[in-house]
Write a protein that binds this ligand. Structure first.
Ligand code: TYD
Length: 211
């Protein structure tokens, strides 16, 4: 039986997930709990190789279905090699993106359909579902600008702003579909403002959670 706590972060590119994940990792560790962080796509050597294929700016011919399957393949490896063993050991696992990203990017924005993505990902994840998911809600234009100020854009970041708006709509839709699990966090304020919202939910969860 799963004993650990599985926490995922979602949001458009540049929404500030990574900063929040690092803060949350330190916060949970400060409470004396074992915690690991992983990112998608990637997290283990096989999945990092798949990540290189997906995000390579030269791979412009990747078909939408190929892309969905690559994300799922990367996820299957990460779940079986790292996430499930850690949860079975009673650890907290914080994951930067999970199946919701595929629902939104492949199912909604690329229009493959959420049902198709769910069918494939139920196999990839062995039906593992996060205990809680934080959707960092930030206007896609501000998010993209924040991101581009930081680094060179990769293949997906070069998609036009219409795509990023669609991603945002997809997240709103998914948040509405899973209101118990997905918590909307206002990401437009300071790092501290955002984290205080995350911390509130985590404090509640940790109170209920017995290792
Ligand atoms: P990354 O550089 O890790 O972006 P971020 O820091 O915003 O997470 O690139 C991941 C990209 O892959 C991002 O544009 C979202 C996309 N993605 C999907 O389209 N489907 C998925 O299932 C996942 C996990 C990511």
């Amino acid at each position: 039986m799963q004993k650990g706590l599985f926490i995922t972060f979602e949001g458009g590119d540049g929404s500030g997930k990574t900063t929040q994940i690092n803060l949350l990792r330190d916060y949970i560790a400060g409470k004396g709990r074992e915690v690991i962080t992983v990112r998608e796509p990637g997290g283990v050597p096989v999945s990092e190789k798949i990540r290189e294929i997906i995000l390579d700016r030269n791979n412009t011919e990747i078909h939408n279905i190929t892309e969905m399957l690559l994300y799922a393949a990367s996820r299957a490896q990460l779940v079986s090699q790292v996430i499930l063993p850690a949860l079975n050991d009673g650890k907290c696992v914080i994951c930067d993106r999970f199946v919701d990203s595929s629902y939104v990017y492949q199912g909604f924005a690329r229009e493959l359909g959420i049902e198709v993505v769910k069918t494939v990902n139920d196999i990839a994840t062995q039906k593992l579902v996060p205990d809680i998911t934080f959707f960092i809600d930030l206007d896609p234009v501000i998010a993209l600008k924040r991101r581009l100020d930081l680094s060179k854009p990769d293949r997906l970041e070069m998609e036009d702003i219409a795509f990023h708006r669609k991603v945002y709509q997809g997240y709103m839709k998914i948040a509405g579909m899973y209101p118990g699990r997905i918590k909307r966090i206002n990401g437009s304020g300071s790092v501290e403002d955002t984290f205080s919202q995350v911390r509130k939910y985590i404090d509640e969860l940790l109170c209920r959670y017995k290792n």
